[in-house]
Design a protein around this ligand. Structure first.
Ligand SMILES: NC(=O)c1ccc[n+]([C@@H]2O[C@H](COP(=O)([O-])OP(=O)(O)OC[C@H]3O[C@@H](n4cnc5c(N)ncnc54)[C@H](O)[C@@H]3O)[C@@H](O)[C@H]2O)c1
Ligand SMILES: [Fe+2]
Length: 379
């Protein structure tokens, strides 16, 4: 039995912030980061919160550590908010989801009814509709996904204009996170008709609109479509799961502090080749993953007359997109300490295979195979 649920109410498109007017007169905690306050995003959001008693916790930092979550719980306890509104990228939404969940467990009974609205300002993680919150343990240099349906925000507000201020590098990284979610969910062992439909749409929106959003951040159509793509890919992987790309990204990105979407983007062409496993043809049949990559290449109108061609062209189009958006292809080009990467390859491979996201990868990997994937992006 599988599940695909749409329990988050999604308000989308220009004017979606109007939904906040219904919050009227309640006690609200806005969870965000300082930058969102500085650039005026929070002032804009507050104009919709008429008659509300609003407190702001602006202590979120990228890849939120557990200490930030603890500070947020204190802020929530102090203001006794009835609604938590997360305004920011995946880091902020994840932090807010964890703050609300911990407050529910540790604070008074009232906290049990506390609502959570997610207002994404990047088009990437899909965190506004997922059961995950990725928290960083800095002491151990690890990122781990919390996973519970209780984390899923009941309301998501996709206001495209809020993503217009995202710099090109954030747009690129977050956009490649969307593509990674969609392509991992598409070939996952839990993929299903519902998640496949979301993945196919998300992939075509990314290939069409990510280059436009990257080149012109003010292109509101491209911003809108990327926000929809991020949300659809989130719905897809929330049902189907992810794969080894995310397992490796959490391990390597957590250790070397590489933006989540960027490390996903570096790994994606290598992981596609690994999962397609083109050298392993049984009874004239390619792996299901290879055939699904061919299917998505066909949908994209990439040359895909054979499975081999479809896989090769999907990979080269991803590499082209990465290159166009100046995403470094290797850890060397990114500027990592390569001797440290080589020294830690075994440890990182073990962490990737222990990551919850690896469970639904279509191809099992030995520790050495996971380490070779790291070698392939080391450079
Ligand atoms: N919960 C999930 O399901 C899930 C899925 C994938 C990734 N993640 C996690 O989400 C985090 C990454 O989130 P992200 O890619 O959205 O980036 P982010 O939230 O870390 O933000 C990156 C930077 O962009 C800035 N920023 C965000 N929106 C902006 C805007 N509109 N204008 C200007 N600057 C803006 C932020 O201030 C921050 O400095 C990682 O920790 C990753 O592990 C979570
Ligand atoms: Fe991700």
């Amino acid at each position: 039995m599988q599940e695909f649920s749409f329990s988050t109410r999604i308000f989308f498109g220009e004017g979606a912030l109007e939904r906040l007017r219904r919050v009227k007169g309640r006690r609200v905690l806005i969870v965000t980061d300082r930058f969102m306050v500085q650039i005026g995003t929070i002032d804009k959001v507050m104009t919709y919160l008429t008659g509300c008693e609003v407190s702001i916790f602006d202590g979120v930092i990228p890849d939120p550590p557990i200490e930030v979550v603890a500070e947020g719980v204190k802020a929530l306890a102090a203001c006794q908010a009835e609604i938590v509104i997360a305004v920011g990228g995946g880091s902020t939404i994840d932090a807010a989801k964890a703050i609300r969940a911990i407050a529910k467990q540790t604070l008074c009974a009232e906290a049990d009814h506390m609502e959570c609205f997610a207002v994404p300002t990047t088009s990437g993680t899909g965190s506004e509709v997922t059961d995950y919150a990725v928290i960083t343990d800095n002491a151990r240099g690890l990122k781990y996904p919390l996973d519970s349906q209780a984390l899923r925000p009941p309301v998501a507000i996709l206001e495209p204009s809020l993503t217009a201020s995202a710099p090109a590098s954030v747009t690129a990284d977050a956009g490649m996170d969307v593509l990674t979610h969609a392509l991992e969910a598409y070939v996952s062992t839990n993929a299903n008709d519902f998640s496949d439909a979301m993945c196919e749409k998300a992939v075509s929106l990314v290939f069409r609109f990510l280059p436009l959003a990257y080149q012109d951040g003010e292109d509101l159509l491209a911003r809108t479509e990327m926000q929809n793509a991020a949300c659809m890919a989130g719905l897809a992987f929330n049902s189907a799961g992810l794969g080894i790309n995310h397992g490796l990204a959490h391990a390597v990105g957590g250790k070397f502090h590489i933006a989540h979407g960027r490390i996903n983007a570096m790994l994606l062409p290598k992981v596609l080749a690994f999962n397609a496993n083109l050298s392993h043809v049984v009874g004239g049949e390619y792996s299901l993953a290879a055939k699904k990559y061919q299917r998505i290449a066909r949908i994209m109108d990439f040359p895909a007359a054979t499975v081999r061609l479809g896989v090769a062209n999907l990979i080269s189009e991803i590499e082209r997109l990465n290159q166009m958006m100046q995403i470094p292809p290797t850890l060397r080009a990114w500027g990592a300490d390569l001797s440290k990467v080589r020294e830690m390859r075994g440890e990182l491979a073990r962490a990737a295979l222990a990551d919850a996201t690896y469970a639904t990868n279509p191809r099992r990997a030995t520790e050495e195979e996971a380490a070779v994937l790291i070698d392939q992006i080391t450079g």
